[in-house]
Design a protein around this ligand. Sequence first.
Ligand SMILES: [Zn+2]
Ligand SMILES: [Zn+2]
Length: 107
Amino acid sequence: MEKKQKKHKKSILQQEKYCYLCDRLDHKYMVRGLQEHHIFGGPNRSISEAEGLKCWLCLEHHTQGPEAVHNNIRNARILQQEAQQAYERTHTREEFVRLIGRNYMVT
Ligand SMILES: [Zn+2]
Ligand SMILES: [Zn+2]
């Protein structure tokens, strides 16, 4: 009998636990108060979990203030594009679009 199990995967964007955007935008290595962010939310949240389309963020880059991805579409888009690029290292663009529903590499 097969056990039904939800798929979980480690982040495909980072191997270690640090704020992805502190590193990416400010060249800082921040490890305090991190929260896990699912890069494609809403109906795609469980897909993000299953495929590792997630990253660690500090509070200021996650939910609190003007630089937080949940308030700042520009920063959210950086993550979406880099997650797509990471996914496309092992998949085709068609597979990404089929999975997530759109192509984030076009502006
Ligand atoms: Zn940060
Ligand atoms: Zn989040």
